[in-house]
Design a protein around this ligand. Structure first.
Ligand SMILES: NC(=O)c1ccc[n+]([C@@H]2O[C@H](COP(=O)([O-])OP(=O)(O)OC[C@H]3O[C@@H](n4cnc5c(N)ncnc54)[C@H](O)[C@@H]3O)[C@@H](O)[C@H]2O)c1
Ligand SMILES: [Zn+2]
Length: 347
């Protein structure tokens, strides 16, 4: 992980010091418009090797992979080529998967441009694509060769996407401890986007530390799934209903549900859970949910890739900073938590 205020120089040094036979860039239309110039990569990479994809979660699918794999073949990519993923989590997930499978794996680096990608998606090596509406069903765990974080990219990120990234920061706070949690609340409430370098670094450290202990998610890495069992179901349903939520927004609501489950099953402090619910109601877009959606959400959770032996698997909290992985929760309690979220959304 390299933090830099001079991205152009850092990238030039990286690509010229190494033994890459050719360079390819994967980005999306918004990022190309707002971020490409700061990289100076236009001086180093042939225009035909720059793939500018439609923005948004719908691009993260197998059709895009097939298109890019064919393009790589057509343009003569080989096992010494480098793919540079410039974008938010959609691009880093997609590009990491394309690179880690092409010719059994070629090298790639990530240049995250969104809050969410800087503190979460670009770090840790998980990549993947969606299968229909099911999130990240196909993927690998492959570490990027390097991650370059250039915090100034946050200045052009729209407010909704900026806040979406804070859902993962709040999750880190709940896993790590009160101080980080309070800082995440404070920064999320400020009215303008700010590249809080120390805060970004602290979040990346939390993720890197958890991943380093358990890179293949056999144990403690599952902590990072907090909020994501219900969150992924809410996200998938929002896409199915054509009222798409951003990943972080769905995670924020999922986190609210899972703090409530934590309260019901492990005595997690009720006031802390309620405080978070109010925050989510005030700062995150509400999903379009009705009581008739409960079965559908349960079906999505049943397909969650974290499940084992057909049981829906949760990471839950006893307290702030004290998590418990592999929790199997009774169906009635899960339904109660979903009803709670639906009620909050309808207020
Ligand atoms: N691999 C992991 O560990 C991991 C972790 C968390 C999330 N994810 C995945 O990440 C994805 C969400 O990431 P995201 O929120 O970054 O979404 P995203 O990549 O779709 O980016 C959000 C939007 O912001 C735009 N954008 C990005 N950077 C910009 C900038 N600097 N200026 C202007 N516009 C900019 C993009 O074009 C897009 O429209 C989801 O697919 C999620 O599943 C992966
Ligand atoms: Zn996430």
């Amino acid at each position: 992980m390299t933090f830099t205020t001079n991205l152009a120089d850092a990238l030039t040094a990286y690509v010229s010091n190494s033994t890459f036979s050719s360079l390819f860039i994967l980005t999306d239309e918004n990022v190309y418009k707002n971020c490409f110039t700061a990289t100076s990569l236009q001086k180093l990479v042939d225009t035909k090797n720059v793939f500018i994809l439609p923005q948004g979660e719908n691009t993260k699918n197998i059709d895009t992979c097939i298109f890019i794999w064919n393009e790589l073949n057509r343009l003569g990519a080989d096992r010494k080529s480098l793919i540079i993923n410039l974008g938010g989590g959609m691009i880093t997930d997609l590009g990491g998967f394309i690179a880690s499978t092409y010719k059994r794996g070629i090298r790639f680096i990530n240049i995250p441009t969104s809050m969410l990608a800087m503190i979460d998606a670009s770090v840790g090596g998980k990549n993947g694509i969606n299968l229909g509406h099911y999130k990240n069903q196909i993927g690998t765990i492959t570490q990027p060769g390097e991650v370059f974080v250039y915090p100034l990219f946050l200045e052009t990120l729209d407010r909704r996407n900026y806040l979406s990234g804070f859902a993962e920061a709040l999750k880190h706070g709940f896993l790590e401890g009160r101080e980080l949690l309070e800082t995440a609340y404070t920064f999320a409430q400020m009215e303008i986007n700010k590249p809080f370098i120390a805060f970004l670094k602290r979040n990346i450290e939390v993720k890197e530390r958890i991943v380093a202990k358990d890179p293949l998610e056999k144990g403690d890495r599952k902590a990072l799934n907090l909020g994501h069992t219900v969150g992924h179901a809410i996200e998938a349903l929002s896409h199915e209903k054509n009222t798409p939520l951003l990943h972080g927004e769905a995670v924020a609501w999922g986190l609210a549900a899972e703090l409530y489950i934590s309260h019901l099953t492990y005595n997690f402090d009720e006031a802390t859970a309620k405080n978070f619910e109010t925050f989510v109601q005030n700062y995150f877009v509400k999903p379009d949910l009705a009581y008739t959606d409960i079965d559908k959400l349960m079906d999505y959770m049943q397909q969650d890739k974290k499940n084992e032996h057909g049981k829906i698997n949760f990471t839950l909290l006893n307290d702030i900073g004290n998590f418990k992985t592999d929790c199997v929760v009774e169906k009635e309690i899960i339904i109660e938590s979903i009803k709670k979220i639906i009620a909050l959304c309808q207020q």
